[in-house]
Design a protein around this ligand. Structure first.
Ligand code: G4P
Length: 299
């Protein structure tokens, strides 16, 4: 499966963000907890240099708990402040206030020494499309105030949302585009639904997903669909089609229909909590051990 990307609006968005970032103290970067690295645009590290940095592992309700905790440690090791959030339900969102205070401790202390008291911290939310920026801002600000639509920089004057006496939030999130020279990154973004459907072949995508799940979360598909899982992904998909009564002319199993069901179930967390990429810690590479943990977690 091959992905193409259109970097058309990227330059403009990046320029806008470089302007906005001058105004802020802390960058709150949302990533998708299922693919914390593939949903992270590395350019932000350069753009947000010298700013306090927070990573929100959003949609953690859809990711493996154990792996999300591992990713939290991984980012913390790299110097980020980290929080787990489910912006949709609001779980973990309140905690972000505390994390902002921790991340800006030095700035607050510096201000205090200069006699500047009670100046609110200015924050900005950034992330790739569909990662949950608007949902998070709405939940964090407690009212429907986030602009929707991917139009960075439509407002000339900056609008700030006063969250409390300590924090002001730039009302327009910064939109980054995912980078994927690496096809695996493209595949992971496609799994979670962050790539336009029109450019995807659903059956191929579903077969790749089934292969991944069989390799790392063996038994999960068998459980969900009450079928035999096979080494051959097409056989598994056919089993799902039969079980679900997906038929085409001549009573043959409708593979395309079953493929859409599997991908849709996966994206909505109905197959189970799945993390699609695993952190590798510098000292010890524990991929095999990690796989064992995932198996246990899903049994
Ligand atoms: P964006 O501004 O970054 O582009 O993303 P947006 O907030 O529009 O969110 C994209 C989708 O992700 C929305 O679903 C939203 O409900 C969902 N979402 C955001 N945060 C979370 C989370 O923590 N957990 C889960 N499970 N979902 C989350 P949608 O399908 O576009 O709309 P709807 O389902 O809300 O109707």
């Amino acid at each position: 499966m091959h992905f193409q990307w259109y970097p058309g609006h990227m330059t403009k968005a990046k320029r806008m963000m470089q302007e906005d970032i001058k105004l802020i103290d802390v960058v709150i970067e949302l990533v998708d907890a299922r693919i914390p690295l593939s949903s992270k645009n590395p350019d932000i590290d350069q753009i947000a240099k010298n700013k306090s940095r927070i990573i929100l592992l959003n949609k953690y309700d859809l990711a493996s708990q154990q792996q999300t905790n591992a990713w939290k440690s991984w980012f913390e090791e790299k110097g980020f402040f980290v929080a787990l959030v489910n912006s949709k339900s609001g779980t973990g969102v309140k905690n972000v206030h505390e994390v902002i205070q921790q991340a800006c401790k030095e700035k607050i202390e510096r201000d205090r020494k200069r006699g500047i008291m009670n100046r609110p911290v200015r924050a900005m939310v950034v992330g790739i499309p569909n990662v949950g920026k608007s949902t998070f801002i709405n939940s964090f600000a407690g009212r429907a105030c986030a602009k929707t639509g991917n139009k960075p920089g439509v407002t000339k004057g900056k609008q700030w949302i006063r969250l409390n006496k300590n924090v002001e939030l730039l009302d327009t999130p910064g939109i980054l585009w995912p980078k994927f020279e690496d096809q695996l990154v493209g595949l992971r973004l496609a799994f979670i639904g962050s790539i336009k459907e029109e450019i995807l072949n659903m059956s191929e995508l579903s077969l790749e997903l089934i292969k991944f799940l069989h390799e790392h979360y063996k038994g999960m598909l068998a459980n969900k669909y009450e079928i035999e899982e096979s080494e051959d992904s097409l056989e598994t998909l056919t089993n799902i089609a039969v079980k679900r009564g997906c038929k085409q002319k001549g009573d043959l199993p409708d593979i395309d229909k079953a493929a859409s069901i599997v991908v849709d179930d996966f994206r909505n967390g109905r197959i189970g909590r799945v993390t699609l990429e695993f952190p590798i810690f510098e000292e010890k590479e524990e991929t095999e051990e990690v796989d064992e943990t995932i198996k246990e977690e899903n049994n």
